[in-house]
Design a protein around this ligand. Sequence first.
Ligand code: DX5
Ligand code: ZN
Length: 213
Amino acid sequence: MLVAPSILSADFGHLARDVEAICEGGCDLVHVDVMDGHFVPNLTIGPVVVEAVEKAATKPLDIHLMVENSSFFVDLFAPLKPGYISFHIEEEKHPHRLIQKIRSLGIKPAITLNPHTPPETIEFLLEYLDMVLLMSVNPGFGGQKFIPSVIEKAKRLKALIEKRNPKCLIEVDGGVNDENVKELKAAGVDVVVAGSFVYKHPAGVKEAIASLK
Ligand code: DX5
Ligand code: ZN
């Protein structure tokens, strides 16, 4: 299982230290939650802070846009050369066009689905994607409870991916811990995002990442 700790649960007063800790602790991606106060009822960070995260990170950034006008935000973050940028399908009228734009900038494109959105919605986009992010909470906040229907959704998505683009990864985000990770793995999930489980783990971030793997 690949692990992408979410820095939303880090101590922002010691952000570089907390980013270094997850990279040294064996994470695969650094998950960055960008919220605009419109698409979701929370406001987080912009390119100035993400630039500091990028400087401290030794693993690729996985930027999760939870914004209106995703294309504008792609332009803002592209100069930081993240590994992945994902945008929400619920927000974007022309997802195929935006996927092509992200790829033309040398970034791997990903699409995120809210808990209610069926995987079939993006069936005809799968061949253009490197990853699909399934939300297992309503986007906006860390520390929420895992919504179990994502397991069935991951299985259905996995079947579509096998048919359309077997190289495309499945990522799950929200309420992930060392218990539900086993079911996620069995459902075909490749990457888990974990914020509070990693940063609030009593044994430290390295142990937390190891237990998810
Ligand atoms: C929620 C964010 C998540 C969040 C995960 O909108 O997309 O990445 O930080 O936090 P936990 O793992 O605490 O649910
Ligand atoms: Zn996220």
